[in-house]
Design a protein around this ligand. Structure first.
Ligand SMILES: [Zn+2]
Length: 82
């Protein structure tokens, strides 16, 4: 089973968020992304938000175009939301 991820850099936002979240299954990923959207982007946890996030889910791992400070060596499984 391949990794799935959501990359906030793909989603236009006022805060120009650079977070990417990845997980092994879509449910985990969706939950983490919803929490991120609510906590950071001040969205409301609605079915519409979940649908939007689901559409943003990609296969694989987030592109390493920016090196995040917590990620010194390769991929991480858990990304702090703040
Ligand atoms: Zn974000």
């Amino acid at each position: 089973m391949s990794r799935k991820y959501i990359d906030c850099r793909e989603i236009p936002s006022e805060s120009h968020c650079t977070i990417a979240i990845s997980a092994d299954n879509e449910d985990e990923l969706l939950e983490a992304a919803v929490q991120h959207a609510v906590a950071v982007h001040r969205h409301y946890n609605t079915p519409e938000l979940r649908l939007l996030i689901k559409r943003g889910i990609r296969e694989g791992t987030p592109p390493d175009t920016r090196r995040a400070p917590y990620n010194g060596a390769g991929q991480t499984d858990r990304i702090p939301l703040r």
